[in-house]
Design a protein. Structure first.
Length: 250
């Protein structure tokens, strides 16, 4: 059986896996999660990775590293530092070595927005390749205030049960570190460990079209499709557990 190390995305924490872990553990797997230091504005991607590495056991050689959303930029760094069997990206950003996430979609934003970010334009030849990709983010999600409850309900939790939505809102954390958007990714290349990507076809934040494209072009895999919104670990945890079980056993 595998150890599933579950790495949460922005505005969330260890709590967000509470509905998923019983299903994985009932199949005989072990689960592990941690709170990333998202409240610290100065936290870097490498420091996020260190927070994951710190809790990983040193003796387990069957680790499946699952990263949701923002954590797609973190789990490859973990796999560079410690031995893991598999990376699973769930509705996740994918890093591009030497490029920030913002670099990848800056061409979708107007000059005023870029100026508000103090964004320094890179050499256009470095970024031209991204112009032909599908949009990374769903257009309606850009520029929204994700500390606003109504925004979270609409974009994060729209397909969750009402009691789950209320619980998730009550547990939400302040996302101060924006390293996953602004920091130039320190990887020189993605690790060669086995990779899987789960696209959420009703995602209102990360574009499903981009997820399918990026999974194929960057990871060399066809995305596995899940009929859920951005947070399947909260809206359909049993279904997500079944998919994780299937892909980890192959």
């Amino acid at each position: 059986m595998s150890l599933f190390c579950l790495v949460h995305g922005a505005f969330q924490g260890t709590w967000c896996w509470n509905l998923l872990t019983p299903y994985l553990e009932s199949q005989g797997h072990t689960t592990l999660a941690m709170d990333l230091p998202i409240e610290n504005a100065s936290t870097t991607l490498s420091q996020f990775a260190d927070a994951v590495i710190k809790v990983l056991p040193k003796t387990d050689d069957d680790i499946v590293l699952v990263g949701h959303s923002m954590a797609g930029t973190i789990i490859p760094l973990v796999a560079e530092a410690v031995k893991v069997r598999q990376l699973v990206f769930v509705a996740a950003l994918l890093p591009y070595p030497g490029i920030s996430t913002l670099d990848q979609f800056a061409h979708q934003l107007n000059s005023d927005t870029l100026q508000s970010f103090n964004y320094q334009l890179k050499d256009p030849s470095q970024l031209e390749q991204f112009h032909s990709e599908p949009s990374m983010y769903e257009p309606d999600s850009l520029g929204k205030d994700y500390s606003d409850e109504a925004v979270l309900r609409h974009f994060f939790y729209h397909d969750c049960q009402p009691d789950v939505v209320d619980w998730a809102i009550s547990k939400g954390r302040s996302q101060q570190s924006l390293a996953y958007i602004f920091e130039t990714h320190p990887l020189k290349a993605l690790p060669t460990v086995e990779r899987k990507y789960i696209v959420c076809i009703n995602d209102r934040i990360i574009s499903p079209a981009w997820s399918r494209y990026a999974a194929r072009q960057r990871l060399g895999v066809d995305a596995i499709e899940l009929p859920s919104g951005h947070c399947p670990h909260l809206s359909c945890p049993e279904m997500l557990a079944s998919v994780l079980q299937q892909i980890s056993s192959k």
